[in-house]
Write a protein that binds this ligand. Structure first.
Ligand code: FES
Ligand code: FES
Length: 175
């Protein structure tokens, strides 16, 4: 894996420490050599070219960069890539299969849960963590689970409806 960094003119290439990490992303096993300062979000977007994980703030505020690490939602701009060593990462690209959308993706479509779509990958991953843990959430549960994710377009109402739509669909599929 190759990641190109800014040259700050103050470090010889041999001075830059590199760590080798192993992880799984969307079911695929990977090995990467990363600088200890590299953020997980940059590994995902630049190293792995999975650009569905968005960067809205870089300061742990917006939640657009949310991915799942060992099933738990994490703002990937807040975690170092080296901390992903040995872990299982899921991004929005892993939701759909080759032939079918994930019920969350269908729900956002059916209930008009997005406008510009910038926040949507992070919303879906936070919602996936909720539905994996609680298949029958209340509206309040959904609002709480998404409270770390900001949307500047929709006013949240339709996002909440989308997640509840997906919860119904997933429960029907398992009935
Ligand atoms: S880009 Fe990570 S929280 Fe905003
Ligand atoms: S749909 Fe535009 S920021 Fe959420």
């Amino acid at each position: 894996m190759t990641i190109v960094y800014e040259d700050r003119d103050d470090e010889a290439p041999s001075d830059i420490p590199v760590r080798r990490i192993k992880f799984t992303i969307n079911g695929q096993k990977k090995i990467a050599e990363v600088e200890p300062r590299l953020l997980l979000s940059h590994l995902i977007r630049q190293g792995l070219e999975l650009t569905g994980t968005h960067m809205g703030c870089d300061t742990t505020n917006c939640g657009a960069c949310t991915v799942l690490v060992d099933g738990r939602p994490v703002k990937s701009c807040t975690m170092l890539a080296v901390q992903a060593d040995g872990r299982k990462i899921e991004t929005v690209e892993g939701l759909a299969t080759a032939s079918e959308l994930h019920p969350l993706q269908e729900g956002f479509k059916e209930e008009h849960g997005l406008q510009c779509g910038f926040c949507t990958p992070g919303m879906m991953m936070a919602a996936k963590a909720l539905l994996d843990a609680n298949p029958d959430p209340s509206e309040e549960d959904v609002r709480w689970a998404l409270s770390g994710n900001l949307c500047r377009c929709t006013g949240y109402q339709n996002i909440v409806k989308s997640v509840l739509w997906a919860a119904d669909k997933l429960r029907e599929a398992q009935a």
